[in-house]
Design a protein around this ligand. Structure first.
Ligand code: IPM
Ligand code: MG
Length: 352
């Protein structure tokens, strides 16, 4: 089969990890007789440098007309000026919004051979397999008003945490559907003891839960959920939560897996194009050195094959190869090893 994939390598280590993920896709294409047509575009800081904007209309429409989008990372100190009129991150948010990818799936699995790479006690990490579903196009990231201005002698800023019931409903429904194929457990995370938007979230989650009697629903406040992720992560299955809560909790959860460089993500819309990206950032401190861990991006391509291209066997092939490479001891520096980005990918490809 033939598919069109837009590549947005972005900034920092983004280009290095996307290059390796494309090598993996090419091996899959040859093995299973597919054709992947790539179109590469600028997004983030590199797009600001070239076009004066972090996301051009053309790039967005090229993404919209492809079968899937693979993104590396955006941002870096070069574009960090708080007074700049555009930022790399704005392009990423505009892309998520422009593709209507409201559901961000962040699976967190602890590989048995990497238990030692996490600072947590080994007994807490046995059997950890969590799927965090982060709402991605609403909440605090997008609510209006959002501004910073002078009010008399004072400087004032506001961000707004807003949700419509339908935005909560569609993401919680997805959480229940995915939980059905897992351990049938949904933890809906909110701050309902303080926030009105969380009380709405909890009400909608409870209503949706009634349609899934086989799935156990629990509500947990975000502060105690943050603690439980460290004290009892193996007791959690599917977590569904607001945009910013999900941003914070998934960085925390990445510690369980041994390194942030391990975690992939899939951002899905109702029926349209999916966006796939590792959850790590642009890591400017190691950019250009060829030592970044490519696994988060390689596993993101597995999710791309599964969710956007419906190529389950090919997706599983990548996941198993990553699994085996780690079992065999392949480690980049973030995991305490010495392999380069390219060598790690070679180790994975060997297992196809
Ligand atoms: C993430 C990142 C982004 C976010 C940044 C780069 C805007 O932290 O994908 O988790 O906050 O969503
Ligand atoms: Mg984040």
């Amino acid at each position: 089969m033939e598919f069109k994939i837009t590549l947005l390598p972005g900034d920092g280590i983004g280009p290095e990890v996307v290059e390796e993920a494309v090598r993996v896709l090419d091996v899959i294409a040859a093995k299973y007789n597919h054709t992947f047509q790539y179109q590469e575009r600028l997004m983030g800081g590199c797009s600001i440098d070239r076009y004066g904007t972090s996301l051009t209309d053309e790039t967005l429409s090229d993404c919209q007309s492809s079968d899937a989008v693979l993104l590396g990372a955006v941002g870096g100190p070069k574009w960090d000026d708080p007074n700049a009129k555009d930022r790399p991150e704005r392009g990423l948010l505009a892309l998520r919004k422009g593709l209507s990818v409201f559901a961000n799936l962040r699976p967190v699995k602890v590989h048995a051979a990497l238990i030692g790479a996490s600072p947590l006690k080994p007994e807490r990490l046995q059997g950890v397999d969590i799927l965090v579903i982060r709402e991605l196009t609403g909440g605090l990231y997008f609510g209006q008003p959002k501004l910073r201005e002078m009010r008399g002698d004072c400087e004032y800023a506001v961000d707004t945490l807003e949700y419509y019931d339908y935005e909560i409903k569609r993401i919680v429904e997805l959480a229940f559907k995915l939980a059905e194929g897992r351990k049938q457990k949904v933890t809906s995370v909110d701050k309902a003891n303080v926030l009105e938007s969380s009380r709405l979230w909890r009400r909608v989650a409870t209503d949706v839960g009634k349609k899934y009697p086989d799935v156990n629903l629990e509500h947990q406040l975000v502060d105690s959920a943050a603690m439980r992720l460290i004290t009892g992560p193996a007791t959690m299955d599917v977590i569904v939560t607001e945009n910013m809560f999900g941003d914070i909790l998934t960085d925390e959860a990445s510690v369980l897996a041994g390194s942030m460089g391990m975690l992939p993500s899939a951002s899905l819309s109702e029926a349209g194009v999916g966006l796939y990206e590792p959850i790590h950032g642009s890591a400017p401190d190691i950019a250009g050195k060829g030592i970044a861990n490519p696994i988060g991006t390689i596993l993101s391509t597995a999710l791309l094959l599964r969710y956007s291209l419906k190529l389950e066997e090919e997706a599983a092939c990548i996941e198993q190869a990553v699994d085996r490479a780690i079992t065999d001891g392949a480690r980049t520096t973030d995991l305490g090893g010495t392999l380069t980005t390219r060598q790690m990918t070679d180790e994975i490809i060997k297992h196809f």
